[in-house]
Design a protein around this ligand. Structure first.
Ligand code: ZN
Length: 138
């Protein structure tokens, strides 16, 4: 496993980018709108990992509700796994609750799943299995 990225909820990617680029010296590698998550997403590599800035597309999205409740800040930690089924079985056996409807296909053809923060010591966990690292069919 490694940390694939850290997701950070922001009100405006434009505002956040000027800080992350100018103050921290990171570079923008890609940006897209992920309808599934209701968010504009910007990726900034940091070594082998990345920072993922998430800006809500509307007030009715998960990210917008997160910001309304807790303000901007760390939203989730994403771990890359080799075997999604094995990882989820292990998490479930230790009381972790996988969000309904997961795992499913996410950005770039990768499989993703989320573990509810109330069962993971307060932090939403995302798991990703890369499209190129997949033995079984979906
Ligand atoms: Zn993420």
């Amino acid at each position: 496993m490694k940390i694939d990225h850290l997701g950070i909820a922001v009100r405006s990617i434009g505002d956040a980018l000027s800080f992350y680029k100018d103050a921290l010296g990171l570079e923008l590698s890609s940006s897209e709108t992920v309808e599934d998550q209701g968010a504009h997403v910007a990726m900034l590599p940091v070594g082998e990992s990345r920072i993922e800035l998430l800006e809500p597309v509307s007030e009715e999205t998960v990210i917008a509700r997160f910001i309304a409740k807790r303000g901007e800040g760390l939203h989730h930690v994403c771990y890359e796994v080799d075997d999604m089924e094995a990882a989820l079985a292990r998490i479930a056996s230790r009381g972790g609750r996988v969000l309904e409807g997961y795992p499913r296909l996410g950005a770039e053809g990768n499989r993703v799943a989320f573990v509810h923060p109330s069962t993971a010591h307060g932090v939403l966990i995302e798991l990703v299995q890369k499209a190129g690292n997949r033995k079984e069919k979906i």
